[in-house]
Design a binder for this molecule. Structure first.
Ligand code: GAF
Length: 380
């Protein structure tokens, strides 16, 4: 059974009837631009082929029910406020709440979820869930919600209902990415440019390496980073760190008297520039040349933003030693995945080199695969 069939079967099993339709939304890899989103900056994700499928149909009881292949007993809720539904169902209840809060009449629905986005690996499994449910409810209700508004609604579900202070990157990637493209997003204006990202044509591949490191202190550390960035922007008298250019960096650093704030700010300011530089290179087809930018991004996350762990640092170094053009952690940090830009023919050898480095260190074995840029959220 493929994923859509699995979701359909889960729906029928839970509710005793078939769904009205199936909607899918992908996880993502962020090529570059980490923690820049909540600083009003730039990001460059692409959608993974791995996705979350929501089988959905109208609910005669006027409420919302959601189950999944991992949790077959439906979570059921009526009109809802933040705090009512907790656990994984909060991501779904949050979408219903955020849509209603934005003024839309959300159709009561029964939903069943199936997903092959790895959970807790920094590949946006929660945004994939939110985006699949959001797209399903919008279509079921015939709601007029323009695509460019949708990520902010899903983000609000996560920020206010779930209580995670995340930016707009993941939901934008899941909803707005296109197959064969990376999404250049301005997180202040929400303007996007679809950047052609055909690596196979260049003889290149993005190898994704799941460090399989246990996520630790993710929520608290994420919130801390966000607060530090806001404190640095306030101290510099700008609305957000996006408003400081790399040319202004030396003076900005001089004006910050706290070493931690200085390093946090330096990561964001230089990372925004690396996104812009990566986009320029990709626009002119110079794909291999983005490698050093990826590696510099990793060093900045490791040394200045301090969000990496040993497993991801070892994976990056092993990939580079095996000949990768560049490598970096992707996602929020404290575990998760690394991406490496490699010649297509070197993907297996690079994965093997990382696995060997892990074995030598006694780490849990990594999981690696070549990622291609898939489509954004849509009806299946
Ligand atoms: C997580 C968050 F959800 C995103 O908003 C973003 O900040 C990312 O970490 C880091 O770039 O995925």
């Amino acid at each position: 059974m493929n994923l859509a069939e699995t979701a359909q079967a889960a729906f029928t099993e839970a509710y005793g009837t078939g769904p009205a339709g199936l909607w899918a939304a992908p996880g993502r890899v962020n090529l570059i631009g980490e923690h820049t989103d909540y600083n009003d900056g730039f990001v460059l994700p692409f959608a993974l082929p791995q996705r979350t499928v929501a089988a959905a149909g109208p609910a005669p009881d006027g409420r919302w029910s959601v189950c999944s292949t991992l949790a077959p007993e439906p979570v059921v809720f009526g009109v809802t406020e933040p705090g009512d539904v907790t656990g994984w169902g909060a991501y779904v209840a949050g979408i219903v709440w955020a849509l209603q809060d934005a003024g839309f009449e959300v159709p009561p629905a029964r939903i069943a979820i199936a997903s092959d986005v790895p959970l807790g690996s920094g590949l946006s499994s929660s945004a994939a869930l939110e985006s699949a449910v959001l797209t399903a409810l919008i279509d079921l209700g015939g709601l007029d919600v323009p695509t460019e508004r949708r990520p902010a609604i899903a983000q609000r579900a996560e920020n206010v209902y779930v209580g995670a202070p995340t930016g707009i990157l993941d939901q934008s990637a899941s909803i707005r990415c296109r197959a064969g493209h990376a999404l250049f997003l301005d997180c202040r204006s929400y303007a996007v440019e679809q950047i052609p990202f055909d690596l196979a044509g260049e003889g290149l591949a993005i190898l994704v390496i799941n460090s399989n490191a246990p996520h630790q202190h993710v929520d608290g550390e994420y919130g801390e980073r966000r607060k530090s960035c806001e404190a640095a922007a306030a101290a510099l008298g700008v609305p957000a760190l996006r408003d400081v250019s790399t040319a202004e960096l030396p003076q900005a650093l001089d004006r910050l008297d706290d070493d931690v704030l200085r390093r946090r700010a330096r990561h964001i300011i230089t990372e925004n520039q690396r996104v812009l530089d990566t986009v320029s290179l990709l626009r002119s087809g110079r794909v291999r040349e983005i490698g050093p930018l990826l590696t510099a991004s990793h060093a900045s996350m490791r040394d200045d933003f301090e969000i990496t762990v040993d497993q991801v640092d070892v994976a990056v170094q092993a990939a580079l030693d095996a000949g990768a053009y560049g490598a970096r952690m992707t996602g929020g940090g404290f575990g998760g995945c690394v991406l490496a830009l490699v010649d297509t023919g070197r993907a297996d050898a690079t994965a093997a080199a990382v696995a060997a480095a892990y074995e030598q260190r006694g780490f849990t074995a990594p999981t690696s695969w070549v990622a291609t840029a898939g489509p954004g959220a849509a009806r299946v």
